[in-house]
Design a binder for this molecule. Structure first.
Ligand code: ATP
Ligand code: MG
Length: 417
């Protein structure tokens, strides 16, 4: 992509009305736009990152047998009354609206109810189970505080998977697979070293649920971490009994601030009982389906990466989710030789399958360098009159800021690494 054609512009300074580092940097670099508190738009660069995160999650969900769907945001009050979740006393984050005839509707903040109901048309016998169903879908939540940028939106994209199993054993087999898939996802997006499976309270159907907590001061949670065992417990279950049970020694735990980037939960038969999702077992008796839910907030994950990976100059994207692989900076862009050289390289790299942003804007070198650091593409190469004349080019690694001098003949090999 030619940066001169990109409709978004970087800003000289971070927006003053944002507290969160992720929002400051993402707005300043032109990844997102703020509509109002807790409501953000994804711009071209931001959408590229979000789609890469989405694809990583999709691959891992497909790998464990997930089938992708997309449910509506508009919610039928009757279904939610059956589980006692329509009531504003029980759920305080609903956005509700009305049809012209005054029928109330909700904007989905999660999707257990509609999916459980939908499956009544498709699940009859033990032969129809297990099933694992997921979506990438917009959730609406009327959050009281929305000061964490895209880490806590009032409208946000979530991957939510729901499992439907015959027996506890079948449920827990899948639960373990989902847990491993989650660890892979956080590894692949670049948060593997700072994300820990965390024991949390489990509701009425199991002792624990599991959160995936990433260590960052931008988080709103406190967890107690065993670095050695690579697990943590959250505040709800931090007590002597639980620590004993998990073989954790209180004195070896670190109290750290973290953000929940995902969670997995045994729902038991709570929803299948209330909405009557049953199947005939092998003896012909009716049984309630055993369910689980598995969520990841994509915007929260993207914001968390920015919090964890940025430096004083801007964002530092991990390779797997960067909006582009390579940033070509064209200096002396009015010089025809230089410009031609840069665009030839641009085309070659694209032919080799690289995603490239080329800064062909009519701007000075200083501004191009500063913007390149701010935008945070992993690798950059500078094409200038001097470089073309000397056949010596500088390749800069965004993360380490390490500069590698390469000869003209080695450029492609170096950039394809
Ligand atoms: P929190 O305690 O942070 O409010 P939650 O327990 O309400 O989270 P869930 O309902 O389990 O979260 O949602 C599943 C996932 O969706 C979370 O793990 C998180 O990654 C993401 N998420 C939840 N609320 C938001 C939000 N307001 N904005 C962005 N992502 C969110
Ligand atoms: Mg919440």
């Amino acid at each position: 992509m030619r940066q001169s054609q990109l409709f978004t512009k970087t800003r000289k300074e971070a927006p003053k009305d944002e507290e969160a580092k992720n929002a400051k940097l993402l707005i300043q670099a032109g990844y997102i736009h703020k509509e109002m508190a807790g409501v953000y738009d994804m711009l071209p660069l931001g959408l590229r990152v979000l789609k890469k995160i989405e694809n990583i999650i999709r691959e891992e969900m497909d790998n464990i047998g997930g089938q992708e769907i997309e449910l509506s945001s508009l919610q039928d009050k009757n279904l939610w009354e059956k589980t006692d979740r329509w009531n504003d006393q029980n759920v305080d984050i609903w956005f509700k609206t009305k049809l012209k005839n005054d029928t109330e509707l909700g904007l989905g903040f999660t999707h257990e109810e509609p999916l459980t109901h939908l499956l009544k048309d498709h699940i009859n016998s033990y032969k129809d189970l297990p099933k694992y169903i997921y979506q990438f879908q917009t959730k609406f939540r009327n959050e009281t505080r929305a000061k964490s940028g895209i880490m806590r939106g009032r409208e946000f994209l979530m991957k939510d998977l729901y499992s439907f199993s015959k027996t506890d054993e079948e449920h827990s087999d899948f639960y373990k697979k989902a847990r491993d898939a989650y660890l892979k996802i956080f590894q692949r997006v670049g948060l593997g070293d700072v994300t820990f499976m965390t024991f949390a309270s489990g509701g009425s159907f199991s002792q624990f649920s599991h959160e995936f907590q990433t260590i960052t001061d931008a988080g709103e949670d406190t967890i107690y971490l065993s670095r050695e065992k690579k697990i943590a417990v959250n505040k709800e279950v931090y007590n002597d009994d639980v620590l004993n049970q998990l073989g954790l020694d209180k004195s070896s735990l670190e109290e750290v601030t973290a953000v929940e980037v995902g969670n997995i939960f045994n729902l038991g038969t709570k929803f299948s009982d209330a909405l009557e999702l049953k199947f005939k077992n092998e003896s012909g008796d009716l049984q309630s389906v055993i369910m689980g839910s598995y969520g990841i907030g994509l915007g929260r994950l993207m914001g968390t990466v920015v919090e964890v990976m940025s430096d004083e100059k801007g964002i530092v994207w991990p390779k797997n989710i960067a909006p582009f692989d390579i940033h070509i900076l064209v200096l002396n862009q009015d010089d025809e030789d230089v410009s031609k050289y840069a665009f030839d390289l641009y085309e070659k790299l694209q032919k080799e399958g690289k995603e490239v942003l080329i800064d062909d804007r009519d701007k000075g070198a200083g501004e191009k360098f500063a913007d390149s650091d701010l935008i945070g593409i992993p690798t950059r190469i500078v094409i200038s009159r001097k470089a073309v004349d000397s056949s010596l080019f500088e390749i800069v690694d965004r993360q380490s800021q390490k500069v590698t001098q390469v000869n003209e003949s080695d450029i492609l090999a170096e950039l394809m690494r």
